[in-house]
Design a protein around this ligand. Structure first.
Ligand code: ADP
Ligand code: MG
Length: 346
């Protein structure tokens, strides 16, 4: 038996996800010259001949990241792939292969796993990705999915989190907050259903929100668009944890500050109306909601004209010197410091 002789215990929830990762990875020594980037970005970056290889992995755990009472398994499979592709696109790369590992309890019949794989295959076909391996194990409780994606990017095209410069523009794709609200809507319907199993779910007014939660699309199209527009972002990250958290990552790694303008944050009409109904602040939801799988990037001012007319891209702020800090400028023209979120599901 292994006995823990160490009396001191530090609670993981006091530390938070990011500090935990820092703590566990701070002493890593890189042994190979081909490891260009290790821990700390959306993907690891490995040297190749002409191209760089990108690697990213994500783990989804039942009860932590998803609830099968409203997440159909086919959607879960699709989303598990998207979450990984999104990190590859955040490096301005193209995903080529994935591996899929699962651990399942005997609660799941074969038909359930067929559903899961139908979603995985659909994602692979839609995004032109090859499923090349994985691992299968049993679990004592629930289902767990771990996907690793391998991508490629030309050396001159790779974009890291750390290249933002003062005066760059901060740009976001699509709109924000919908996936989080979709989850709130689904949670509410689940509670109604638990009280009255005959109740019909009322989702007509929330179709966009629910779709964003259950069937997100990674922004492969944006990588293509940026190439076409001849814009290379100075830094980029995907929005998995929420806009505020991703802005902090870019600013900290680039050693810059930022002004984010509240009135520029793109919101869908359903997000606005549902926030009113649920008595939530739409800005807070956009900042902290997460799971949008949009891309957040910075571009040099000279490139503004190239992106200006594109409905997929919204300039939401600009980069400043580090000593100016990281702020939200509200509609009332107040400056509020953007701070890290608390502990969330990793
Ligand atoms: P993302 O949200 O883009 O998936 P994360 O915040 O999960 O990124 O991870 C940030 C960085 O930390 C990444 O480089 C990731 O590979 C690394 N990382 C996360 N967890 C671990 C771990 N347990 N051990 C080593 N590296 C990790
Ligand atoms: Mg990421």
């Amino acid at each position: 038996m292994l006995e823990d002789k160490n009396e001191s215990r530090t609670s993981l929830s006091d530390l938070g996800e990011f500090k935990l990762i820092d703590h566990l990875t701070k002493d890593i020594k890189i042994h190979h010259k081909s490891t260009i980037k290790g821990v700390g970005d959306d993907c690891a970056v490995l040297d190749g001949k002409d191209n760089l290889t990108l690697i990213t992995t994500d783990l989804l755990v039942e009860g932590v990241h998803f609830d099968l009472s409203y997440m159909p398994l086919k959607h879960l499979g699709y989303k598990a792939v998207m979450v990984n592709l999104s990190d590859v696109y955040a490096m301005n790369g193209e995903t080529k292969q994935i591996t899929v590992s699962i651990a399942v309890s005997n609660r799941f019949p074969l038909e359930a796993l067929e559903e899961l794989y139908a979603g995985i295959h659909l994602a692979c076909n839609t995004y032109q990705v090859d499923l090349v391996g994985g691992d299968t194990s049993s679990s004592t409780k629930g289902i767990l999915i771990s996907i690793t994606a391998v991508g490629e990017v030309a050396k001159k095209d790779v974009v890291y989190r750390n290249g933002a410069k003062p005066n760059d523009l901060l740009v976001v794709t699509g709109d924000l907050g919908a996936a989080y609200l979709g989850l709130q809507v689904l949670e509410r319907e689940k509670q109604v259903f638990e009280v009255n199993p005959n109740a019909k779910p009322e989702l007509e007014n929330y179709t966009y929100l629910v779709e964003r939660q259950l069937k997100p699309e990674a922004r492969k199209d944006i990588v293509k668009l940026l190439k076409k527009l001849e814009v290379k972002p100075t830094s980029m990250i995907d929005i998995s944890d929420g806009l505020s958290s991703e802005i902090l990552h870019i600013c900290k790694q680039s050693k810059v500050g930022c002004n984010l303008f509240e009135d520029k944050i793109p919101l869908d009409q359903q997000v606005i109306s549902t926030c009113e109904e649920f008595n939530l602040e739409s800005t807070t939801i956009a900042l902290n909601g997460g799971e949008d799988y949009e891309l957040l990037f910075t571009i040099a001012q000279e490139d503004f004209l190239k992106i200006k007319a594109n409905p997929n891209l919204t300039v939401i702020g600009h980069i400043t010197n580090e000593n100016e800090g990281i702020h939200l400028v509200t509609r009332a023209n107040q400056k509020i410091e953007i701070i890290a979120q608390g502990w969330n599901a990793m």
